[in-house]
Design a protein. Sequence first.
Length: 303
Amino acid sequence: MTISLGYRRAAAVLAAAAAIAASLGVGRAQAPALPLGPNRNAGEAVTGAFEGWFYEPDGSVSLLVGYFNRNLKQVLDIPVGPNNRIEPGGPDYGQPTHFLPRRQWGVFTIPVPKDFGDRKLMWTIVANGNTTTIPLSVHPQYQVEPYEEKGMGNTPPTLRFEPGGAAHAGPPLGIAATLTADMGQPLTLPAWVTDKPAKFVVNVPRPPGGGGGNAGRGRGARPDLSLTWALHRGPGGVTFSDAKPAIDKAAEGKTTTTATFTAPGEYILRAQANDVSGEGGGGFQCCWTNAHVRVTVKSETAR
């Protein structure tokens, strides 16, 4: 049988991709491997998602990490420990313990030394009996630019948690705000979200809702600007009165919602601001903003 030139080229591309994956440590996950069958509402695996590494504004280096909960509906809480660990040096590197369904982009960062070299961190998650492990590294092919999309000159939205307060844009770096709350009592969460238009404008239709590997068929156009609150980690549950509050552009982008906590302890909430580029910036790792808010919740007896 004669093999066509096109087939040979395709085979060569696949072989090269396999070699790169092997050099990055992909495919070394513990069995059972990430399921490739149809998604289900529950019972599927959760895997970390290495977005890439980037230079922070001060020149330091950080790894940008998200996750993919393959379940369509199941939310999982996996405490830091044997079933949710990053090694070596862990198990706690600030990773989430509360896993929402589907793809969540760039939810935490890990600062690493500039001389990190060819070392790797490995994030292991055990969910529904499935164990997955991904490598995190500063491989040159995984460098990303979360602060500006060069093609359009687009930049991430800006988040503030008090009028005229510190501005947060891009990946989550440290704690953006610290609050206290009483268990069972609504905590008001104000935030101000704004966005500058891209430097270069092209006459193309606005992309559909969703995006970034989560295409929104039939969901209409993406909004110019949105804010979403979510639980990142904590000892109990959180209920938001509106997880996607309306943005009052006439009031400098003010939004307001409330959060009610079911147990005392320390929580980390994640506020995510998206512009029209959508989830994950349409896969380009820019331009959206994630910020972490620490909330210390007091029990009723501690009031």
